[in-house]
Design a protein around this ligand. Structure first.
Ligand code: NAD
Length: 240
């Protein structure tokens, strides 16, 4: 119990808080994570579909998977974990929420300063002219979707093997360096460069607090590592 009280105090007293979230924070909203328990989709692994090569081989198949996820997420609601972070933001002068998620649930919960490292499922981008379009219909009326210029559109997300958007990455790094408290929630912390923010926060002097159902490669080195569901842990840690 002492460790929860310490963590609550650090969070309460911090002026600058940076949070890194992963798929685990949306699990309680019914969105499957990549690693850990989750339903199979056809006979493919998500990791095999979220690549430029997979899209080149079979744009329709890749789009079917994204459209299935978009439809699932459109019907989902932000959970207590998302809401606790949105409430915390309102109490802090400097607060940055860095997310690897593409589902938009943080924004729907009311979070404002959200840095999206892996893009956004609700943005479509033309593979030829680069035009971006926000599209919230799910399922999409046409699969695969096409741009006004006639070319294929792709999901506006970062695939395995692709670069992160530079501005988002710089903002994430800066907020990590400046954090008094760094919260890392629901990420397996194996996908780089995002996972590298965790040791960076530690090196730069933040108190680092993890919330995850399971151990991660960094758990042992952190100031606190809580095992449990984000939707239960975060409201406890954030309550003043
Ligand atoms: P991941 O699937 O690798 O890991 C999920 C982590 O969440 C695991 O460590 C698991 O123990 C933990 N977890 C599961 N349920 C939890 C809960 N209720 N509370 C707390 N922790 C819980 O996800 P990742 O680390 O985000 O990295 C994988 C990539 O997957 C990212 O690039 C991301 O873009 C993508 N992704 C996004 C979504 C989404 O937007 N919701 C969903 C799946 C995958």
């Amino acid at each position: 119990m002492r460790s929860v009280n310490d963590a609550r105090k650090w969070i309460r007293e911090a002026e600058a808080i940076t949070v890194l979230t992963g798929a685990g924070i949306s699990a309680e909203s019914g969105i499957p994570t990549f690693r850990g328990a989750g339903g199979l989709w056809k006979q493919f692994r998500p990791e095999d579909l979220a690549t430029p090569e997979a899209f080149e081989r079979g744009p329709k198949l890749v789009w079917e998977w994204y459209d299935w996820r978009r439809t699932l997420i459109a019907a989902a609601q932000p959970n207590a974990g998302h809401l606790a972070l949105a409430a915390l933001e309102k109490t802090k002068p400097r607060f940055t929420l860095v997310t690897q998620n593409v589902d938009g649930l943080h924004e729907r919960a009311g979070s404002r300063n959200v840095v999206k490292l892996h893009g956004d499922l609700w943005t479509l981008r033309c593979t030829v002219c680069g035009r971006e379009k926000r599209e919230e219909r799910a399922p999409l009326p046409e699969l695969p979707p096409h741009c006004g210029c006639g070319a294929l559109m792709r999901p506006g997300v970062v695939w395995f093997g692709e670069m992160l958007p530079r501005a988002a990455w710089e903002q994430a790094e800066q907020a990590t360096r400046a954090a008094d408290v760094f919260l890392v929630v629901g990420t397996s912390a194996v996908v780089y460069p995002a996972a590298g923010l965790v040791p960076l926060a530690k090196t730069c002097g933040a108190r680092v607090i993890e919330c995850n159902m399971e151990e991660t490669p960094f758990s042992a080195e952190l100031d606190r590592a809580f095992r449990g569901a984000a939707g239960e842990l975060l409201p406890q840690l954030i309550a003043s």
